[in-house]
Design a protein around this ligand. Structure first.
Ligand code: MN
Length: 128
């Protein structure tokens, strides 16, 4: 069976490495982008099973890329998880309202990160 592909859009090199290491260890095929523009390119290369999306990104931010994805008739409805350092009261609700399927605050909990991703993939597979 093919490993599910996860696209990580994150401009911070340390976070990129950490997310990739955790997700590869959990058995995913990880591809990476460091800006909104690179994210657009990767999405054209291959449709991932899920996107892990930083919010503060060069080229417009994670919310812009998410809205483009949702408006793209050629792109299937894949889950997008927001990852952000500015975890303030109301952020979670705002991001979920913006259309993200989940929210993880930085610094991430390295133990539960892959479990959270797996749970969202499973929910999506079950049509929730
Ligand atoms: Mn960032």
């Amino acid at each position: 069976m093919q490993r599910p592909r996860i696209l990580v859009v994150e401009d911070d090199a340390r976070s990129q490495r950490l997310f990739r290491d955790i997700l590869e260890l959990a058995g995913y095929d990880v591809c990476q982008a460091r800006s909104v523009e690179e994210g657009r390119c990767r999405l054209r290369d291959a449709v991932p099973a899920l996107v892990v999306m930083d919010i503060q990104l060069p080229g417009g931010g994670g919310e812009l890329l998410l809205s483009e994805m949702r408006e793209d008739p050629l792109l299937p409805r894949i889950p997008v998880i927001a990852v952000t350092a500015f975890a303030m009261a109301g952020d979670r609700q705002r991001l979920i309202q913006a259309g993200f399927d989940g929210y993880i605050s930085k610094p991430i909990d390295t133990r539960s990160f892959a479990e959270t991703i797996a749970a969202i993939l499973e929910e999506h597979a079950n049509g929730q």
